[in-house]
Design a protein around this ligand. Structure first.
Ligand code: 6PG
Length: 243
């Protein structure tokens, strides 16, 4: 990832969220006009939740929108930690999207079965020139350790380049995850990175501050498409230009 990636700093989380919603709607309408569909991989965690909540109010052609997930925790769909449950409660239960357009990482007792099933779901996504699923949009949060999706530092998943989705044991969380891999993230037409709060200030300063340091998973992105960072002032507070 080049350190001069474009980022926009918003006054606060609310303004960041509104900007992300506006771009999401633009991309959806553009994709539906151009390709009669919009395939988006959603981020988990807390930052994107208000984006999903505000999308409820948007006048979108939900018949042509397909929702996927960038990663999922190894928990049932009704578990409080489930990224699927978070999106269902924040968005899916409030909009007229056909059930067949919702493609969760369907967690099963055996995690490899989950991986195989999701790889099948990804068959619904058009392929890029490299044969990988080409999402119109992939949304990502960034952890304070620089992880994206469930691509954590020192993880075995960081070097996977022959499969679009893998299971991975996350030491620091003492739990399994299922995650998209870099080949898919890098093939997306558009990557939207949402980073809010002062807990992310240190990692943002290091990601954008150093030309040499490349240790964070987010820095290993090599997107073929467009990447845009949405930061609030708290997350950007340790960047040189903000001091
Ligand atoms: C997850 C996410 C994860 C998240 C980051 C940031 O399943 O938790 O995919 O990658 O985006 O941990 O999370 P916050 O937005 O809650 O800070």
């Amino acid at each position: 990832m080049k350190s001069q990636q474009p980022y926009q700093v918003y006054l606060d989380r609310e303004q960041l969220v509104h900007a992300a919603v506006q771009r999401w709607v633009e991309l959806a309408n553009e994709s539906i006009r151009a390709r009669n569909s919009f395939h988006v991989a959603l981020a988990g965690g807390s930052t994107p939740k208000p984006v999903y909540e505000l999308l409820q109010r948007e006048n979108l052609d939900w018949d042509k929108i397909h929702l996927y997930w960038g990663d999922e925790r190894d928990v049932p769909a009704d578990h409080p930690d489930s990224n699927y449950r978070m999106v269902r409660e924040a968005l899916i239960d409030h909009v007229p999207i056909p059930e067949t357009n919702v493609h969760p990482i369907h967690v099963q007792p055996d995690i490899e079965t989950t991986v195989v099933a999701y790889r099948q779901e990804l068959e619904n996504v058009n392929r890029g020139a490299n044969g990988q699923p080409c999402f119109d949009l992939i949304m990502l949060g960034v952890g304070d350790d620089g992880h994206i999706a469930s691509l954590f530092p020192e993880s075995s998943a960081l070097t996977v380049n022959d499969s679009p989705v893998v299971s991975v044991y996350v030491e620091k969380l003492n739990s399994w995850r299922v995650t998209l891999t870099y080949p898919v993230l890098n093939t997306a037409r558009y990557l939207m990175l949402l980073v809010s709060g002062e807990t992310k200030a240190a990692v943002i300063a290091r990601v954008f501050g150093s030309e040499t340091e490349r240790k964070f998973p987010v820095q290993k992105l090599a997107p073929q498409g467009r990447i845009e960072w949405y930061l609030d002032q708290a997350a950007a507070s340790e960047l040189p230009e903000s001091t």
